[in-house]
Design a binder for this molecule. Structure first.
Ligand code: ZN
Length: 233
């Protein structure tokens, strides 16, 4: 009887072992994202580091920054496995705009990104993370925020930016950084951050890939502003 019971339970035990080992082997994921590009000064410095460490990232670009020259940074980013998403056309305070203005900000940026990359964005980062229900209603993109390190403040050193990111970063997080012209301290912080996170077992992915790998398909107009893809509200 005991032997029979053991045999009957064996497949269940094996299944449970398999599940446990799968869960243990799944890497922790983190997504780097950069706002306010593209430009010919700091965007290429960020891309150099991504290339050096062989990690992708998501770039949320401002439509009016895109021209024949800066677009080359976007195509290089894509060749490195990165993605390009929407950060509005003029980087204004969109909660003060009419529905038509909001829609134009999104459409014009989507169009110029698509013109140069062949891919239309599906995610949107609101300028200044300034949002209201009218924006969620007018924009069908998934809204992305992120975990930041005050890297728009010039007095924050590279070490301070690195320390803040290291203390905050966890599985599923979207990290919000800026590749605006002259943001050298963020470039330096990245040089420390990426290898240290790899050493701790994290895998870097784009925001899109993180949603995919976590099995999450955000529905449009869901009202969520994601800083971690596992968020439900
Ligand atoms: Zn911005």
């Amino acid at each position: 009887m005991t032997r029979l019971l053991s045999l009957a339970l064996l497949p269940l035990i094996m299944l449970s072992c398999t599940c446990t080992s799968n869960r243990e082997s799944a890497p922790m994921l983190i997504a780097l994202s950069f706002d306010d590009g593209p430009n010919d000064v700091t965007t290429p410095q960020v891309l150099d580091i991504l290339e050096e460490f062989q990690v992708p990232a998501s770039f949320f670009v401002i439509g009016q920054n895109i021209n024949d020259d800066t677009a080359k940074q976007m195509t290089r980013a894509i060749s490195l496995g990165c993605e390009i998403q929407n950060h509005s056309f003029t980087h204004g305070f969109m909660t003060q705009m009419s529905k038509e203005q909001i829609e134009e900000e999104i459409r014009k940026t989507d169009e110029i990104i698509e013109k140069y990359t062949g891919t239309r964005p599906w995610m949107f980062r609101p300028p200044f993370i300034d949002v209201n229900p009218a924006m969620h209603e007018a924009i069908g993109h998934t809204f992305i925020c992120g975990v930041g390190c005050f890297d728009w403040e010039p007095q924050r050193s590279a070490q301070e930016r690195y320390d803040i990111l290291m203390a905050a970063a966890k599985d599923g997080d979207i990290l919000l950084l800026h590749d605006m012209t002259g943001n050298d301290d963020t470039v330096e912080a990245l040089r420390m951050f990426i290898p240290e996170m790899k050493k701790r077992g994290y895998k870097f992915v784009t925001v899109s890939e993180m949603f995919n790998r976590k099995g999450i398909s955000p529905s449009p107009h869901n009202g969520i502003l994601y800083s971690n893809v596992l968020q439900t509200k």
